[in-house]
Design a protein around this ligand. Structure first.
Ligand SMILES: [Zn+2]
Length: 306
C-alpha cells in the first residue's frame, strides 16, 4: 500500500526500526530540492528490515528511493519506472561496517519473494535495486542491463551457505573498538575494491586510497562527478560538504578512517559520527590550527588528506 508523506514535515518519521522517511529522498537524486509529497510503499521498510535483521546489519544505506519522473529521467531512468511509484530502493547493507555483496542480497531477496530485483545496481559490487512490484517478475543485472534471469544463486555463483550461514562467507575484517591503520587498509580494500598493502603503515598509498574512497563517497552521496584519482585537488575540496555529529554511513566512515590513520581515537570504526568522533575532530583541528568546531568541512578534510 502506498502512503504519502510530506517533506520536510515528515522527514524524521520512523517507518521502521532503522529507516525514516527522509532516507527515501536522497541528496544525490535531488541536490537539496526535495519534492513536497513522497509516496512510499509500506512494504518497503518491512522488506528492508527483513534483510537488515537476517544479515545482522549495522547499517542500510539508500542511495535512491522515490524519484519524481523528472528526477528519474535525469538519473537515467524512463521517467515512469518503479522509483517514480515509490515502490523501489537502491540500497547497500553493511555488517560490521563491511558492505554485503549485492549477489548475496539478491539471492536473499529472491528467497523472500521479492519480484523486482536488480543485482549490481549502477554496475557496482555492493548495491542492489529492489522493488515491490506484484504483477510481474523482473530479475535484472545492472552491470549490462540484462534481464530475465531466473535464479540468482546459479547466475551469480552464490552458495546457499553464503546467504544462510551468517558471516561464513564474509571478509574476516570486523570493526573493532581499537581500530588500527591495518583495519582501515583492509576496510578500504574491501569497500572500494582496491588492493593496497595492509602493512599497518599510513603512507602515500593509503592516503591516496582514502582520498579515492572520499571521492567515490562525494560522487555517490552528493553527485559530485569527481575523477576518482586519489588526488585531493581544488575540485575535491570544493565538493566537500560538512560532515557533522549524528551522521551515519559511508561519509563519516571515511572521516573516521582518516582520523584513525592520523592517530586519533574515534571511539571505534563504525561509521557513526558520535561524541568520540566529534572529540577526535576537535582535537585534530586544534592540533592543526583550524577552527575547532568539531565539524569536518573543506579545511579539515584538506588537512586530513595532506
Ligand atoms: Zn533502482
Amino acid at each position: 500500500m502506498i502512503k504519502y508523506y510530506n517533506y520536510p514535515a515528515d522527514k524524521n518519521v520512523k517507518l521502521s526500526e532503522h529507516f525514516v522517511v527522509g532516507e527515501f529522498v536522497t541528496y544525490s537524486d535531488y541536490h537539496g530540492n526535495y519534492p513536497s509529497s513522497i509516496p512510499i510503499d509500506s512494504g518497503l521498510p518491512t522488506m528492508l528490515e527483513k534483510v537488515y535483521s537476517h544479515f545482522g546489519c549495522n547499517r542500510g544505506e539508500i542511495s535512491s528511493g522515490y524519484r519524481t519522473p523528472a528526477c528519474d529521467k535525469s538519473a537515467g531512468g524512463s521517467g515512469s519506472g518503479p522509483h517514480t511509484q515509490g515502490i523501489a530502493v537502491d540500497v547497500c547493507f553493511y555488517r560490521g561496517n563491511q558492505p554485503i555483496p549485492s549477489r548475496i542480497i539478491a539471492c536473499y531477496l529472491q528467497d523472500i519473494g521479492i519480484k523486482g530485483i536488480g543485482v549490481y545496481c549502477g554496475g557496482t559490487q555492493n548495491w542492489t535495486h529492489f522493488d515491490m512490484r506484484t504483477n510481474s517478475t523482473w530479475y535484472g543485472d545492472e552491470r549490462d542491463y540484462s534481464a530475465g534471469h531466473t535464479d540468482y544463486y546459479s547466475y551469480t555463483g552464490t552458495a546457499k551457505s553464503e546467504v544462510y550461514d551468517s558471516g561464513s562467507s564474509q571478509s574476516s575484517t570486523v570493526m573493532t573498538t581499537d581500530p588500527t591503520v591495518r583495519t582501515v587498509q583492509q576496510w578500504i580494500n574491501n569497500t572500494y575494491g582496491l588492493n593496497i598493502a595492509t602493512d599497518g603503515i599510513y603512507g602515500n598509498e593509503t592516503r591516496k586510497a582514502l582520498v579515492k574512497g572520499l571521492q567515490m563517497v562525494l560522487n555517490a552521496k552528493f553527485g559530485a562527478k569527481l575523477d576518482t584519482d586519489g588526488i585531493f585537488g581544488v575540485k575535491t575540496k570544493a565538493a566537500i560538504q560538512p560532515c557533522t555529529k549524528g551522521t551515519r554511513g559511508a561519509y563519516p566512515s571515511i572521516l573516521q578512517a582518516f582520523l584513525i590513520c592520523h592517530g586519533y581515537d574515534t571511539g571505534g570504526f563504525d561509521g557513526d559520527f558520535g561524541a568520540q568522533t566529534a572529540n577526535a575532530v576537535v582535537q585534530f583541528q586544534k592540533d592543526k590550527g583550524l577552527t575547532a568546531d568539531g565539524i569536518a568541512g573543506k579545511a579539515t578534510f584538506a588537512k586530513l588528506a595532506e
